[in-house]
Design a protein around this ligand. Structure first.
Ligand code: SF4
Length: 466
């Protein structure tokens, strides 16, 4: 019996990329590959990359150069770079790292086994390389953007038995001026609701009770008559599903229908990640975010009116070209006004090919100013987060246990509002729901104790009698 080939997929970047990593693993497994746990034991290594920030790309280039060492030891090893950075750099990457055998963008994964086979055979496909692809010595570049590629009908390998990512959409129709995504993932492509719901039923059938619907602007999803609100409601009603999340929505597509589904379907969690990016209208206009501070705040008000206990998180970019000190102060003011439960904060990172890189030189913010703004933003965001979390100490919550804690005898879980809680527990708790009381916070995460079921999850303990 032939020894199965082993593939190792190492993923960087966002949830969509993690999900793509699982998709590649599923595609390879279906072709008889075993999934390796370390690169050392693999015959094929795929580094699945992110192009959002220059720093992420440099890190990946360093990692790929490191993996070349394994290739030197085992010349038969195939080393591939996939994902957004592969798409962005394309043949430049192949030229810069000649030891890389495969450069494949996010729309090429269906052809992954065939591409590996062609590389293994040391020849291009009969009749030449696929359209839009080129062969350079033993290198293959598969870089076509495919308007129809939704990966329907392909099984994703699930790396977690607790929670599942379900991509419902690929690509993006927006053109935020700082963002590389539309150029490496193409326009928005939405999957059929029937396929999505059947996948979720399969996930539930495996005993996974939490799903997160994924898309670049997930709530702009539309397929025939189906809106995102329809899909979210249907997902919440799949038997066996207890928690539904989604990420990342665009503020403009938070409709009243969507808010109503969030407020009325018990399985939809009280957490919304709502990227704001900046708190000044001029900055938002240069970013082409297509909303104003006022309209963003209106979304926040409508969501909080319907779901008062909702946890809100966000993304913010500082030092976008042209950002003045006053504009930055407006962003801090917005942070203080909304009081997000958490914020992912970034310095603007120029990405070749995006409109922001063509803005006047004088608009680019000096590194030291950018760094100082980032630190101020982080400080404001962390202090708000700590205040919010300190006020939540004492609450009773239900957590879904995700993994072992850092210390023996503890596990880590998440509340419906996506707050991380460490409680005493064992591996046997993983995948299960545990009622806990939050006993203290480190600022960002909580420590909790287990309580008997039904002690009033989501309600501050003692508040009724205080
Ligand atoms: S909405 Fe804007 S930031 Fe988000 S993926 Fe699309 S272009 Fe990028």
């Amino acid at each position: 019996m032939a020894i199965p080939r082993r593939a190792y997929v190492e993923t960087y970047g966002c949830q969509m990329n993690i999900s793509d990593g699982e998709l590649m693993e599923g595609i390879l497994e279906a072709e008889g590959y075993e999934i390796a746990v370390t690169p050392e034991e693999a015959d094929v290594i795929l580094v699945n990359t992110c192009a959002i920030r220059d720093h992420a790309e440099r890190r990946v280039l360093g990692r790929v150069a490191q993996l070349k060492g394994l290739k030197d030891e085992r010349p038969g090893l195939i080393l591939g770079v996939t994902g957004c950075m592969a798409q962005r750099m394309g043949e430049d990457l192949a030229a810069r790292a000649p030891y890389v055998d495969l450069v494949m963008g996010p729309d090429g994964y269906r052809d992954l086994p065939g591409a590996l086979e062609r590389i293994g055979a040391g020849a291009a496909a009969p009749g030449g390389p696929p359209s839009g692809s080129s062969k350079r010595r033993t290198q293959l570049a598969v870089l076509d953007l495919d308007v129809g590629e939704n990966y329907e009908g392909l099984e994703q390998r699930r790396s977690s038995d607790v929670s599942a990512w379900v991509p419902i959409q690929r690509g993006c129709n927006h053109r935020c001026t700082y963002c590389i995504v539309p150029y490496v993932r193409g326009d928005e492509k939405n999957r059929k609701p029937t396929e999505i719901l059947s996948e979720i039923a399969t996930i539930a059938g495996r005993g996974i009770t939490e799903v997160t619907l994924l898309g670049q602007t997930v709530n702009s999803y539309r397929h025939d008559d189906w809106t995102f609100a329809d899909l979210l409601r249907a997902t919440a009603r799949v038997p066996g599903i207890r928690r539904v999340r989604y990420t990342s929505p665009h503020p403009n597509d938070v409709t009243d229908d969507l808010i109503e589904v969030m407020a009325t379907e018990p399985e939809v969690c009280e957490h919304l990640h709502l990227p704001v990016q900046a708190g000044n209208d001029r900055t938002l206009k240069r970013m082409v975010r297509r909303y104003t501070v006022e309209s963003f705040l209106d979304v926040v008000d409508r969501v909080r009116a319907a779901i008062p206990d909702i946890a809100l998180t966000t993304d913010v970019i500082v030092a976008f070209p042209g950002e003045t000190e006053a504009e930055f102060e407006d962003t801090l003011a917005l942070m203080r006004e909304v009081r997000f439960d958490d914020a992912f904060t970034y310095r603007y990172s120029p990405r070749d090919g995006t409109p922001a890189t063509r803005m006047p030189d004088a608009w680019f913010v000096d590194d030291d100013v950018a760094q100082a703004r980032l630190e101020r933003l982080i400080s404001v965001s962390r202090s708000i987060q700590a205040q919010i979390n300190e006020a939540e100490v004492g609450r009773a919550e239900e957590i879904l246990v995700e993994k072992p804690g850092r210390d023996a005898g503890f596990v880590l879980g998440r509340t419906r509002r996506a707050k991380a809680v460490v409680v005493p527990g064992a591996d046997t708790d993983i995948g299960g729901y545990v009622d806990v009381r939050l006993t203290r916070t480190t600022g960002a995460t909580f420590v909790g104790e287990r309580v008997l079921a039904g002690a009033g999850a989501g309600v501050p303990v003692g508040s009724a009698s205080d």
